[in-house]
Design a protein around this ligand. Sequence first.
Ligand SMILES: C[S@@+](CC[C@H](N)C(=O)[O-])C[C@H]1O[C@@H](n2cnc3c(N)ncnc32)[C@H](O)[C@@H]1O
Length: 316
Amino acid sequence: MSTTGPVLPGTDAPLAAGELIVLLDRRRRRYLVTLEPGGEWHSHAGVVSHDALIGATEGTVVRTTRNMEVLALRPTREDFVLKMKRGAQVVYPKDQAMIVAAADIRPGATVIEAGAGSGALTLALLAAVGPTGRVVSFERREDHAVVAERNVTRFLGEHPPTWELVIGDVTTALGERTAHRVVLDLLEPWTAVAPSASALSPGGIVLAYTPTVPQVMRFDQALWHDGRFTDVRTSETLVRPWDVDGLAVRPAHRMVAHTAFLTTARRVPRREEGGPPPPRRKLDTGPGIVWADAAAGGAVTGEEGEPIAPDEPSGG
Ligand SMILES: C[S@@+](CC[C@H](N)C(=O)[O-])C[C@H]1O[C@@H](n2cnc3c(N)ncnc32)[C@H](O)[C@@H]1O
């Protein structure tokens, strides 16, 4: 692909060699394919020659050698994220959208992200900050960073100039970096609260994406105890797909229900520096709760980066 990035789906341009496309079969199963002259796509229902697609209009239907129709489209980011190769679990598209909204990620913003994982959320952050913004992704596992690099580059056609991928632990490797937003999708986001506060100026936003209730509680507790965050909010996002088929219009039988909770907080000065008073809390988990120490083998969630199942989202 050229350095100008991928052709936007819906552009009136024929499919070209080197382009990433998605093939949909009759049952709407999706397959990612990079078009290569002379290449072939093999399925249980026969073969499609890439040459039959190169030069065709987006939306063209071709037949396999066993007469199955397949539809060729340019992939949306959702198509790509759900089909790309994963090292770590990805942030599901419904949550990507809410992360962009809840953390107010907009063109021109500098966003620090950790961990990069498979690069799925990175793609959404890069789109949201646009050509004038910047995303700095920290990833402590080199093998995951390789996957993130491969996925981002494959979808965008290049390593975007607005992206920096750092192999390192976000809790120790931030240095003097500053950002408007910090987005955490890692097992122990509470360990990144103080570094996030240092990277953010007052008014900035930190967001954590955590699958389990104990992670929410511990992150929340760390925010309050740090003294530089307020307006802490937690939500989860449920998206229920519907089947619409003639008179049979009803919720789909299956949905992706729980993925993870989003917790956001605003960075503020400490109270003694003119910031808001600490919140009056009905209950403080305080020192009463002894949290399992992940380093001692008592992590609050499972091992990171182990895919649960294809297409099943997860976070943290
Ligand atoms: C669930 S994955 C992130 C998935 C990613 N958001 C995506 O959408 O593809 C969590 C990642 O965080 C990384 N990680 C965990 N703790 C970290 C830390 N302290 N600093 C940097 N990376 C970390 C893990 O190695 C793992 O790759």
